[in-house]
Design a protein. Structure first.
Length: 99
């Protein structure tokens, strides 16, 4: 019985050590965005949003990454979602980039 408990605890620790938080994916996305790896940034922002669908900043930054790749419509939708989630600066960005 102790062996089973130890094995379960061991595998739980391995899994928890490998899983990343929304904040970690968001920060990785920011680094990739800074390096102009917009596809990589979008991938990380997608993961951050998957973990936390209310992450306004991830939608905001993903919107700009998409706009930088020429995906204006999709990027503007992300900016709109960011605004709805409370990111007030998203509405200014929409005025500047989405009209």
């Amino acid at each position: 019985m102790k062996v089973i408990f130890v094995l379960i605890l061991f595998f739980s620790l391995i899994i928890s050590c490998q899983s990343q938080t929304a904040e970690e994916f968001f920060e990785k996305g920011n680094v990739k965005d800074y390096l102009q790896d917009y596809n990589g940034a979008i991938s990380d922002y997608n993961k951050a949003i998957e973990i936390n669908p209310n992450n306004a900043e991830a939608y905001y930054n993903r919107g700009f990454a998409k706009i930088n790749l020429g995906q204006k419509d999709s990027g503007c939708l992300d900016l709109s979602k960011a605004g709805k989630l409370g990111c007030s600066q998203a509405y200014e960005a929409i005025k500047d980039f989405c009209n």
